[in-house]
Design a binder for this molecule. Structure first.
Ligand code: PLP
Ligand code: COI
Length: 341
């Protein structure tokens, strides 16, 4: 199979239309059998539930070319499960987990020519999503839904790749107690657009959200969880009911403990502790692990000892181990890698 003629090493995190995507429709209480289509456009009622009341959720995962030339995905069953949780919280029908995995398999296979080559620094990003598609005008769940899954080759989420970024403490909240912060609802991202646009306009790469109830605890950013490294070499990550349970973060905590022999803690992290950490990183499918060099809190700069030039040493070890597992250089824990072809 010949790869597409793309300058793989220089693509950013953007949308590029690929050949095939998967579509399945839900009507009269059941999902149809689903199919691949070349049609990248969605045509729905002007009154569709998603357009009126934002009834939509999504997932994000990647396909990688391994060192020995296979195409693989990383823990897709956790994305399938998280999408079940998102759908249930938004009163949407569950898309069966085995069908989610099958859709991943079909879309990656059909777009194999777009899976970036090993060593290019790019990957194939997969975006499963579903939305209420029939007319809804009173506030209630839709009766009909569409599940889709498309693929697009991507490079680093933050320009500069592994260069440390600067983030600011955000005055807007991302998630309320008992709200929807723990699921991947489109609405969580719609309401973060004002805050991220403002952060960029002020020269920051991302927002650090604090817990909205007390504004004393670190939550996450708009699209990634945090990991911190203490000066005595422990890996710490915030525990909260209002953050998205990142698959990357859960994997990194396992890698830190089981592969690197480090002590790990998932616990509430107070903002006032931040000055004592040695390293900080953002972790997620898109972000992988993006090092944070500086946090700015209303003009006060908190600079991590790891600096603004390079990833800190522990972050680097975590990054190398995780990407080594994903690209087949390091043996993966049982069940983490699903070979597509
Ligand atoms: N937090 C938020 C708000 C996200 O959108 C994402 C991206 O999926 C993450 C964290 C990271 O999650 P994962 O590692 O499962 O991609
Ligand atoms: C992902 O990492 O897959 C996400 O969905 C985050 C988004 C900000 C791109």
């Amino acid at each position: 199979m010949e790869k597409k003629n793309i300058d793989w090493s220089n693509i950013g995190f953007g949308y590029m239309q690929t050949d095939k995507r998967y579509v399945s429709n839900y009507k009269n209480g059941a999902w149809d059998e689903g199919m691949l289509t070349e049609d990248a456009n969605v045509v729905i009622s002007e009154c569709a539930g998603v357009l009126q009341y934002a009834q939509t959720c999504f997932e994000g995962l990647k396909a990688y070319t391994t060192e020995d030339g296979h195409i693989v995905t990383f823990r897709p069953e956790l994305n399938a499960k998280r999408m079940v949780d998102s759908a249930q919280r938004l009163c949407m029908p569950v898309f069966p987990e085995d069908r989610f995995i099958d859709a991943v398999q079909k879309v990656v296979e059909a777009n194999a020519a777009y899976v970036p080559p090993y060593g290019s620094g790019a990957t194939l990003y997969l975006r499963p999503y579903m939305f209420g598609s029939n007319p809804v005008i009173g506030v209630k769940p839709a009766d009909e839904y569409q599940f889709r899954l498309f693929a697009t080759p991507v490079g680093p989420y933050f320009k500069g790749g592994a260069k440390p970024i600067t983030i600011r403490v955000c005055d807007y909240d991302r998630a309320a107690p008992h709200g929807t912060g723990h699921i991947k609802a489109g609405l969580n991202y719609a309401m973060s657009l004002y805050a991220i646009t403002d952060a960029h306009a002020q020269g920051y790469d991302e927002n650090m959200y604090l817990d909205s109830a007390t504004r004393t605890k670190i939550e996450e950013t708009g699209g990634a969880n945090f990991i911190f490294v203490t000066k005595d070499g422990k890996v710490v990550t915030p525990k909260s009911d209002t953050i998205l349970p990142s698959i990357t973060r859960r994997s990194l905590m396992y890698v830190a403990k089981e592969y690197l022999g480090m002590e790990v803690e998932e616990r509430e992290v107070l903002f006032e502790e931040i000055k004592d950490f040695a390293e900080c990183g953002l972790c997620g499918t898109a972000a992988v692990i993006s090092p944070v060099g500086k946090v700015v809190n209303h003009g006060e700069e908190i600079c991590f000892p790891s600096g603004m030039d390079d990833m800190g040493p522990v972050t680097k070890k975590l990054y190398d181990t995780l990407t080594g597992i994903q690209m087949g250089r390091i043996e993966a824990p049982e069940g983490w890698i699903k070979v597509i072809k």
